[in-house]
Design a protein around this ligand. Structure first.
Ligand SMILES: Cc1cc2nc3c(=O)[nH]c(=O)nc-3n(C[C@H](O)[C@H](O)[C@H](O)COP(=O)(O)OP(=O)(O)OC[C@H]3O[C@@H](n4cnc5c(N)ncnc54)[C@H](O)[C@@H]3O)c2cc1C
Length: 464
């Protein structure tokens, strides 16, 4: 990998590259490696300090698996691939370059903001956790399951602490293992899916033997199915944190003493940038793509059965968990296909279709067997905060008619996270479909904002 600036062609702005890949997780790395042999000028960027995405998140004391190390090394051999870590896409730039067939995005790093032009873009923006509100979920010490894992990989000391892991999906097992390896005592793992669903999922793993071995190795003795968090107990002040958790298993409740609760209910694809660029969202809540991973046009999310145009947005592709969650193998297959397609190697892309189909089937099994139980919609009480950036209670939202109505009357979704957390929660709790941001993806520095030319009335209220 190199930090050399790519040479621009005479008709293009100086920051132009042939291919911009947003997100350097398994999908983005596979896309870059597939496209690299073409010699195209590629920029691969990620807002984390190192490549690897969620599964291969680097940090103090982390030993990366061989596949992650191999991909990093392979990337280093391609001098025309510019890897920019600690850099994030914050919004769309003026699209004046469109006539020249270019896309323009605003990027920001620790030094400042600038416009990156690209002939093509592959979106590999991954997914985030679905956090559902329950009484006590804003207590210090309560995090997402993957969230706790990321904190531990980033150096958070948890040795000797009692940790409850709760929610749904295989990420609970990965988070529990990371906590145990860091010296924590995992006192309970509460999976909301019933045993019957888990048994069927287990039986289906004969099609993916590697996953069966992985699951068997990770399953802790304290794993309980049909079990979910009801309430976290503790005191809200600077010196106190969560002290115990009430879990419900079947009809029975029990209170478990703990120092931390790590609770996540699956993943939500990061579709916002794709939607801002004109893509639509599929029934799976991920960016809709065709067989070549080209982003399908449409604007806002649509409901099942609603008609929508099915043409692709020129120059835009999407791969990995931003098209729907389903594991790193699915992300890698999709990323490689997108990379080959971006540089015109159709045959190499088609050769990967069977591999992709295999992991799409695994994703289908995950969706089917870890479907969320209706009881989780009733966890929030009237006083439970749903939008924790703007302190909006469930009772304030229950009387609103939809996302825009709620934003106008309660400021729900208008805080620092711009609805990334509460938008997904209200989708699950109230069936709302949050609209994507119009110009900016996230809070940005005022200097970047001033340089973008975006009017203050178009920008999110919180910029810092
Ligand atoms: C918190 C968390 C922890 C997880 N841990 C595990 C695990 O331990 N084991 C496992 O099997 N699976 C784990 N997963 C599932 C994991 O997401 C996938 O298996 C795999 O990492 C998906 O690869 P991807 O490339 O599609 O997306 P990701 O790995 O999510 O990579 C996407 C990358 O894009 C970057 N990005 C997004 N938006 C922008 C932007 N605007 N500007 C710049 N960069 C951007 C992100 O920071 C991220 O690095 C985890 C998921 C989450 C949410």
């Amino acid at each position: 990998m190199t930090t050399a600036t790519p040479t621009a062609s005479p008709d293009a702005p100086p920051s132009t590259c042939d291919l911009l890949i947003v997100g350097a997780g398994p999908a983005g790395l596979a896309a870059a490696l597939a496209a690299a042999p073409s010699g195209a000028r590629i920029v691969l960027l990620d807002d984390n300090p190192a490549p690897g995405g969620q599964i291969w998140r680097d940090g103090p004391g982390v030993t990366l698996p061989p596949a992650a190390r191999q991909q990093r090394k392979a990337l280093e051999r391609h001098a025309h691939v510019q890897l920019r870590c600690g850099t994030r896409v914050v919004g769309l730039a003026e699209q004046t370059a469109r006539s020249a067939g270019l896309h323009a995005l605003w990027l920001e790093d620790a030094q400042g903001g600038w416009v990156q032009h690209a002939r093509q873009i592959i979106l590999c923006t991954g997914a985030r956790e679905l956090l559902l509100p329950f009484p006590g979920w804003t207590l210090p010490g309560v995090t997402g399951a993957g969230g706790l894992q990321a904190l531990i990989k980033g150096g958070l000391p948890v040795a000797g602490q009692r940790i409850v892991v709760a929610g749904s999906g295989p990420l609970l097992l990965a988070a529990a293992r990371t906590a145990r390896q860091a010296g924590a005592q995992v006192v309970a793992v509460a999976e909301q899916a019933p045993w019957t669903a888990l048994a069927r999922f287990g039986a289906s793993l004969v099609r993916w033997p590697g996953k069966a071995v992985q699951a068997a190795a990770l399953l802790p003795a304290v794993y309980r199915a049909d079990s979910h968090v009801v309430r976290a107990h503790g005191a809200h002040n600077l010196h106190s944190a969560v002290q115990s958790v009430t879990l419900r298993q079947g009809g029975q409740e029990r209170q478990v003493a703990c120092d931390r609760l790590a609770c996540g209910f699956g993943l939500v694809p990061n579709t916002e940038l794709g939607q801002m660029l004109g893509g639509r969202v599929s029934e799976r809540q991920g960016l809709a793509v065709d067989a070549d991973q080209r982003l399908l046009r449409g604007g806002a999310a649509h409901g099942p059965g609603e008609p929508h145009p099915v043409d692709a947005v020129p120059g835009l592709l999407a791969a990995g968990e931003c098209t729907g969650f389903g594991g790193s193998e699915r992300s890698r297959a999709e990323g490689a296909i997108a990379g080959h397609i971006a540089v015109g190697d159709i045959a190499a892309a088609r050769a990967l279709h069977a591999e992709r189909a295999r992991w799409h089937a695994f994703a289908d099994a995950l969706h089917r067997h870890f479907a969320l139980q209706p009881a989780l919609r009733r966890l929030a009480e009237p006083d439970t905060l749903v939008c924790r950036c703007e302190d909006v209670r469930y009772a304030d939202l229950a009387q609103r008619t939809g996302w825009i109505d709620a934003k106008l009357h309660t400021r729900c979704g208008m805080g620092a996270c711009q609805g990334r957390i509460c938008g997904a929660a209200t989708h699950h709790l109230l069936g709302w479909t949050p609209a994507p941001p119009r110009h900016l993806l996230a809070p940005v520095r005022i200097g970047t904002l001033a340089a973008t030319g975006i009017r203050a009335d178009e920008a999110p209220r919180h910029t810092g």
